[in-house]
Design a protein around this ligand. Structure first.
Ligand code: URA
Length: 436
């Protein structure tokens, strides 16, 4: 077999066989197929697409290219959740404990943030001492004991995806639906869950800016799940504005804790309840979404959900007193208000711009090696639909003095991110579609 023949075949719109896809991924991982040939193949896929079978083959080959996690020693149906990235998305920190409190084991591997999107692992590290690197055996036994563990991805999971993703990043081939779908699903499959709930974001802060594209991506991922025997459902949720009010690591932990106490922002609480309901149904702990919601609400009201978070923090070496009293979490030295320069109603909030502003204040990474400031971030006081008066606070920037050089740019980004209309703005739906 020769790579050039497979590139030509795809360029001409033909379907590659399972053996041909395996040959490409193996050759690329081992270095016998060079970057330039893989880039040409990715571009051919960008234009010609891939069938559901090809996409599933690509996914499985990437999933098995490195370490895989075997969750079979954990009792019960293991349900994973994956969000396609966003601004202010702290859903894992709410949903993990919530679902675990309802009896579904959560053995979760999460990522770090890059650019304008945050990462769950960075957020958890805002809790003093919290260890995100457990040995496999510790990880399994913690889930068996308390029902919940959240760790960073192990060093050598899905190396073929890592290599291909880096190549796509510099060859304008990231935004191909089959390539994104196989990249995301390969990591979920390698992480070992029996069933998967996908939270596909749509809107200005998301990978997929339009609802149609988001639904197409969701369908491609659900198809892969079906083909490889993992029950998968996808919820299309709004990322046209950041989720909740807090953007920034320690600030998001505070908001997640408030949500587990039933005192969180409505949008965050609602999206978490919807995603968690699907997890309970897939995990066999509820017969319907309605029943699941009742169970979950009861776990919040009784304090069991928050208690589950505390158990995880304790088990992973974190300081539980910071959960009991979130004012003990890292706090920025400066709080700078951004005020509205006109009256009206909030029409839009460019989530990506808010994410970049938070990064400029130190909350995110510009490059893979940047050190993040756990206390920094943006607190949105106004969300879409809210009325605002001239001089009223739209948002508050939290920063430490060492990041003061980013202040002016962050301030103008936040102000520019807000669109204000003279007319009342109807509330946007939080969830647009369910793909099963
Ligand atoms: N996230 C991924 O993990 N892979 C992609 O290709 C795009 C987004």
């Amino acid at each position: 077999m020769r790579a050039v023949d497979l590139i030509r075949k795809k360029r001409d719109g033909l379907e590659l066989s399972s053996e041909e896809i395996a040959f490409l991924i193996r050759g690329y991982s081992e270095g016998t197929i060079p970057d330039y040939q893989m880039a040409a193949w990715a571009m051919a896929v960008y234009y010609q697409g891939m069938s559901a079978r090809e996409t599933a083959d690509l996914t499985l080959n990437m999933a098995s290219s490195g370490d895989t996690i075997d969750l079979s020693s954990i009792h019960g149906v293991k349900v994973d959740k994956h969000s396609t990235g966003g601004v202010g998305d702290k859903t894992t920190i709410v949903i993990g404990p919530l679902v675990a409190a309802a009896g579904v084991p959560v053995a979760k591997m999460s990522g770090r943030g890059l650019g304008h999107t945050g990462g769950t692992i960075d957020k958890l590290e805002a809790i003093q001492g919290f260890n995100v690197e457990l040995e496999k055996e510790e990880f399994y036994s913690q889930v068996n004991e308390i029902g919940l563990a959240v760790v960073g991805q192990s060093g050598n999971m899905t190396p073929a995806d890592k290599k291909l993703y880096s190549l796509r990043d510099v060859t304008a081939t990231v935004d191909s639906i089959p390539l994104i779908a196989s990249s995301v699903m390969s990591k979920k499959i390698a992480a070992g869950a029996d069933a998967i709930v996908l939270d596909v974001k749509t809107g200005s802060g998301a990978f997929m800016k339009t609802l149609d594209d988001s639904i197409r991506l969701a369908k491609a991922m659900v198809d892969i799940g079906t083909q490889v025997g993992r029950n998968t459902v996808a919820v299309i949720s709004d990322m046209d504005q950041p989720l909740g009010h807090a953007i920034g690591n320690a600030m998001e932990i505070k908001e997640a804790v408030a949500t587990l106490q039933g005192k969180g922002p409505n949008d965050l609480q609602e999206v978490c309840l919807i995603l968690a309901s699907h997890m309970l149904v897939l995990g066999g702990k509820a017969a319907s979404e309605e029943e699941a919601r009742e169970i979950l609400q009861q776990k919040i009201d009784s304090g069991e959900a928050l208690d589950k978070l505390k158990k995880m923090v304790l088990a992973q070496g974190g300081d539980v007193t910071q959960i009991d009293d979130t004012s003990l979490l890292p706090e920025a030295e400066l709080k700078i208000e951004v005020k509205s320069d006109r009256d009206g109603y909030i029409e839009s909030i460019q989530a990506e711009e808010i994410g970049i502003a938070a990064m400029l204040l130190g909350a995110g990474r510009e490059t893979k090696d940047s050190v993040i400031d756990l206390a920094a971030g943006v607190d949105l006081h106004k969300k879409i639909g809210d009325p605002v008066r001239i001089g009223e606070v739209l948002a508050v920037l939290h920063l430490n003095r060492q990041h003061e050089k980013g202040l002016e740019e962050a301030r103008s980004k936040v102000l520019g991110a807000y669109g204000i209309s003279n007319d009342r703005i109807p509330k946007r739906p939080l969830v647009f579609a369910l793909v099963t």
